[in-house]
Design a protein around this ligand. Structure first.
Ligand code: PLP
Length: 415
């Protein structure tokens, strides 16, 4: 079997939270798309940094020099993770705040210019609203690439018409945080570049699951968040150096005049950056190779095979339960192991409550801030969707517990 060499025991030992026992069960976390558990090495490295003495940048104390080295290292590790250059990497509070900041800066640079920006119905609102709110009151209108509700993918037929000569920016996610659909961004980036538009990729849901290469993709921005990949709450954006100039006008006085620091507002989260580097090391530790990128690529391959094995088991299992409706694209569409469903005749909040209290299975419900998608799928009522997000630390036992728990739910249903 393809997953035979996957070091699941070693991976589970790396997460202290997996030792948590509730109702005689080990707590099973299927809420990774909302935030994964944090690796022990991340927790320890962050705590050690704080225990050893801290300082701000630019001082003469050893702790200041150590902190400078930490920032430097984090930029390098993230650049390797994202396939970017370290000069491209900007840190901030979270993805939404960074997107908000970048969107305002860009809009200021566009001034009185006329044109449009393009968002999608598939995306999390963090990659929609900052752009819409930035262009409000300007001469720039908003276009939307729609979701094909039947196929549960973007409506690719819509793209040529949406991205035109006067398009300034296209904002698109790499993968849906609700139904897992991986968007075909390559032709979209190609089309955007044909017409001279910028491209902002939301990599928040993708980075925990598959390898990306910012420089090869040729986009201008790629956002992600370390708390979705076993680290702390730190937002990250890789920015094409050519674009930095357009953003520079929005600089605040305390920021450096140099990229990438020019976009970092105030003092960044040093202890968080220690954790970001360790989170990337944790992913790499699953793989083999000499260089960090090689280890990461190898790790991602193993993670993908393992997660897909679990996802298939869950999809197949739930597919046989007649009071469950799955919301997912066809088999040939690439997906992350994020599985959305509804239990016929029961509010999704209640489903999650039942799973958590009886089986220590932790799933989330609602629209996951991808409101437009959930509305398009016509599932916004009765608590929205239930989402099972599979992470590298989930197990076959947990998948089977989930399927069984959902089968048992039948006795509470009036269907
Ligand atoms: C796909 C996606 N994009 C953006 C965000 C927002 O990220 P942050 O919480 O770092 O602002 C999330 C958070 O759930 C997400 O899932």
């Amino acid at each position: 079997m393809a997953t035979v060499n996957y070091p699941i025991e070693q991976i589970r030992e790396a997460f202290p939270a997996l030792q948590r026992i509730e109702n005689d069960y080990f707590a099973a976390y299927f809420d990774g798309p909302g935030g994964t558990q944090i690796a022990k090495t991340v927790i320890e490295a962050m705590s050690n940094y704080m225990k050893n003495g801290v300082a701000n940048l630019g001082g003469e104390s050893p702790t200041s020099k150590e902190t400078e080295a930490i920032v430097h290292q984090a930029r390098e590790s993230v650049a390797t993770l994202l396939g970017a250059n370290k000069e491209n990497i900007v840190f901030g509070a979270n993805m939404t705040t960074l997107t908000f900041r970048v969107a305002r800066a860009l809009c200021k640079a566009w001034g009185d210019g006329v044109g449009n920006i393009v968002v999608t119905e598939m995306d999390h609102h963090a990659n929609i609203d900052p752009w819409i709110s930035a262009v409000e009151g300007s001469n720039i209108s908003v276009r939307t690439i729609q979701v094909d509700a039947q196929k549960k993918t973007l409506d690719y037929a819509n793209i040529e018409a949406s991205i035109t000569e006067d398009t300034k920016l296209v904002a698109i996610g790499l993968a849906s945080n609700v139904i897992g659909t991986i968007n075909e961004v390559v032709p979209i980036i190609r089309r955007a570049k044909e017409v001279g538009a910028l491209v902002a990729l939301d990599g928040v849901h993708a980075i925990p699951h598959f390898s990306v290469h910012f420089n090869d993709l040729g986009a201008d921005f790629m956002f992600c968040s370390a708390y979705k990949f076993f680290g702390p709450h730190v937002g990250i954006v890789a920015i094409n150096e050519v674009v930095f100039e357009q953003l520079a006008q929005f600089k605040l006085e305390p920021a450096s005049n140099e990229a990438p620091e020019i976009l970092e507002t105030g003092t960044i989260n040093f202890e968080g950056l220690v954790g970001v580097t360790e989170a990337i090391e944790f992913i790499a530790s699953i793989g083999q190779g000499n260089l960090l990128r090689e280890k990461l690529n190898s790790a991602y391959k193993q993670i993908m095979v393992y997660e897909e094995h679990l996802a298939k088991r869950l999809r197949d299992g739930l597919g046989k339960v007649d009071h469950i409706v799955l919301y997912q694209a066809d088999e040939q569409v690439f997906k992350t192991p994020t599985i959305a469903f509804k239990v016929i005749g029961m509010d999704s909040k209640l489903v999650c409550h039942y799973l958590a209290t009886h089986y220590s299975l932790h799933l989330e419900y609602g629209d996951f801030y991808a409101k437009r998608l959930v509305e398009k799928l016509a599932v916004a009522d009765k608590g929205g969707l239930v989402r099972a997000g599979i992470a590298p630390y989930n197990t076959v036992e947990e998948i089977d517990r989930l399927i069984e728990a959902l089968q048992h739910l039948r006795k509470y249903l009036h269907v």
